[in-house]
Design a protein around this ligand. Structure first.
Ligand code: HXC
Length: 287
């Protein structure tokens, strides 16, 4: 059970914490007692988000925002030093900032590919590298959580090539460093969300209502994920409830990834009751 002090004593930086899933995680962590730092590119958005996070937090939590582009290694190093100075220490990092858009891969410009891979992969490396070095120098344990996707691993995905490449790299980084940095008491895990509607993702990735319907029809749970569900999972992985979990990627997708099951299509042929009658008739016929 979570309580209002599940994450107390923690100071967690959430990149891209000014909106969407990053903001939902920030609010949840603050409600569980963690101090929160968020970073992003747009000051006004960050300022508004910081206020909302403070309101969601327990009385004692401190919330600060930092204007920073995760692609800028020097700025990220400077920001981590600033966070440690502002809060006294930093205990956790969520690499949530991402970039994505739909494109036929043959039409991608090198600049388009680079923009997304820079945000997703280089951005996650920059933050992880700066935070990891701080933890190692201070001989302090810590937690890193990387947001990947359900297409990071076995399938990749058509029409989002830069994101698929970047997120696969982030997953490789999660596992590589989980092993390498376990000796320092640093845990790294990943969450692979299925479809969680947010303005940032949906405006770029779901072109119209037809696409929305197609999206929904692939989810056996027959609904999208709720941000709160994702935030709960993130809080668990960042907390002292999960000290022995590292190098893991937890999928949270209502079963969407299981769509390739060979006979799954049968469910779409007829309503369940009709299917049951059909199966019974087949059985009685001895087939
Ligand atoms: C083709 C595009 C493009 C598009 C940009 N580019 N948008 N190419 N189709 N829709 C190209 C530009 O032409 C340019 O190429 C290069 O990309 C850089 O574009 P800029 O706009 O200058 O870059 P920048 O301002 O840095 O913006 C980065 C961005 C943008 C990734 C393009 O969309 C962004 O800031 N996104 C952040 C938020 C976001 O994407 N959230 C969704 C994450 S969802 P040239 O060749 O001219 O240099 C997610 C979840 C996945 O990841 C799972 C979902 C189920």
């Amino acid at each position: 059970m979570f309580t209002s002090d599940t994450l107390s004593e923690q100071t967690i930086l959430i990149t891209g914490g000014g909106s969407g899933l990053g903001l939902a995680m920030a609010k949840k962590f603050a409600a569980l007692g963690s101090n929160i730092a968020i970073c992003g590119r747009t000051k006004e958005k960050l300022k508004k988000a910081a206020k909302a996070i403070s309101e969601a937090g327990t009385g004692a939590v401190e919330v600060r925002y930092y204007e920073a582009d995760v692609r800028d290694h020097d700025r990220i190093q400077e920001m981590i030093v600033q966070i440690v100075s502002d809060f006294g220490r930093m205990t956790g990092l969520v690499n949530n900032a991402a970039g994505n858009f739909l494109s036929a891969s043959e039409d991608l410009s090198p600049g388009g590919f680079k923009a997304v891979v820079d945000i997703v992969l280089h951005g996650s490396f920059n933050c992880t590298h700066a935070f990891g070095n701080y933890l190692i120098d201070e001989e302090q344990e810590g937690n890193i959580l990387n947001m990947v996707t359900t297409y990071s691993e076995s399938t990749g995905s058509a029409f989002v090539l830069p994101s698929a490449c970047g997120k696969a790299g982030v997953l490789a980084m999660t596992r590589s460093l989980a092993y390498e940095w376990a000796t320092y008491g640093i845990r790294l895990n990943a969450i692979a969300p299925g479809p969680f509607p947010t303005k940032g993702a949906w405006s770029r990735l779901v072109p119209d209502e037809d696409a929305e319907e197609q999206f929904l029809s692939k989810i056996p749970a027959k609904r999208y994920g709720d941000k709160e569900e994702l935030a709960n999972l993130a809080a668990f992985l960042m907390s002292d409830m999960a000290p022995y979990i590292t190098g893991e990627c937890v999928v949270i997708d209502g079963g969407e990834r299981l769509g390739a099951g060979q006979f799954n299509f049968i469910d779409k042929l007829a309503p369940r009751e009709k299917l049951k009658q059909f199966f019974k008739a087949m059985h009685e016929k001895g087939s």
